[in-house]
Design a protein around this ligand. Structure first.
Ligand SMILES: CC(C)(COP(=O)(O)OP(=O)(O)OC[C@H]1O[C@@H](n2cnc3c(N)ncnc32)[C@H](O)[C@@H]1OP(=O)(O)O)[C@@H](O)C(=O)NCCC(=O)NCCS
Ligand SMILES: [Zn+2]
Length: 223
């Protein structure tokens, strides 16, 4: 089966997917409980549940039979790149940002990112210069909406960070093609973009992935 990727509002996942907290491991629930703000806890729980829904669809198995584990290359805390315990060869990824979540599962490596977009926060020139390559910076200078164009690049870069193509502080060397409607390629990766009025996202995988809205809500389908 082709890769499964879903994105949508945190509230939709929590309202429509039953008692999603029950799907999480004790370790994940402890991490969620340690978050100070209820909204962050909701985003965390929804994303960790949504990745199971993606993997369940991909594997044809109940979500409750899947255990997500995370380990860090730098410390012994249970965070970092996620994987499915006891299931070889399947890549999983998820992201959460103020009120939005996204997740993906694929036969092979996959990375997904999304960022909320309030439509107002201005571009920070220092951030763009650190994060973009020369071709991207040239495009940004003439883009009709440089803010949104940068956000699109940023989620592409983070999706590639999550598959291990670069560290977060090295994304400036990923001089990626600038977003145009339709799937893009970069090296061996397909970059599939997603956007809704309040968020943008991208999934990186070795196959072209159709990123669907959670539970069929409305979103701008990549053309
Ligand atoms: C991967 C990373 C770019 C994502 O950050 P973000 O934009 O703040 O958050 P997102 O919601 O988009 O993604 C978070 C998810 O990415 C995943 N993730 C974290 N590190 C990852 C990695 N190295 N590779 C792939 N996925 C990773 C986790 O699923 C995480 O979810 P969780 O926080 O609920 O466990 C960021 O966590 C990072 O750069 N981590 C590396 C930094 C590091 O090594 N820190 C050391 C800690 S000791
Ligand atoms: Zn760590």
């Amino acid at each position: 089966m082709a890769a499964v990727a879903l994105a949508g509002r945190t509230g939709e996942v929590l309202a429509r997917a039953g008692d999603v907290r029950e799907l999480l491991t004790r370790t994940e629930r402890d991490r969620a409980d340690a978050l100070r703000f209820a909204a962050d806890r909701d985003d965390f729980v929804a994303a960790h549940a949504l990745v199971r829904l993606c993997a369940a669809e991909l594997l044809g198995r109940p979500a409750r039979s899947l255990t997500v584990v995370q380990s860090c290359g730098r410390c012994d805390r249970p965070h970092g790149r996620p994987s499915l315990a006891g299931v070889a060869g399947i890549g999983v990824s998820f992201a959460h940002t103020r009120g939005w979540v996204a997740a993906a599962a694929a036969h092979g490596p996959v990375g997904i990112d999304l960022e909320a977009d309030d439509g107002r926060t201005p571009l920070d020139r220092q951030v763009t210069e650190r994060a973009c390559g020369p071709a991207e910076l040239a495009e940004l200078r003439t883009a009709p909406d440089a803010r949104r164009t940068f956000l699109r690049q940023w989620v592409r870069k983070e999706s590639l960070v999550k598959v291990g193509e670069a560290a977060l502080d090295e994304v400036g060397r990923l001089d990626l093609p600038v977003y145009r409607p339709g799937p893009a390629r970069w090296g061996d990766w397909w970059l599939t973009d997603w956007s809704a009025p309040g968020a943008v996202g991208c999934v990186a995988a070795h196959e072209h992935v159709r990123l669907r809205a959670v539970f069929g809500g409305h979103y701008e389908e990549p053309r």
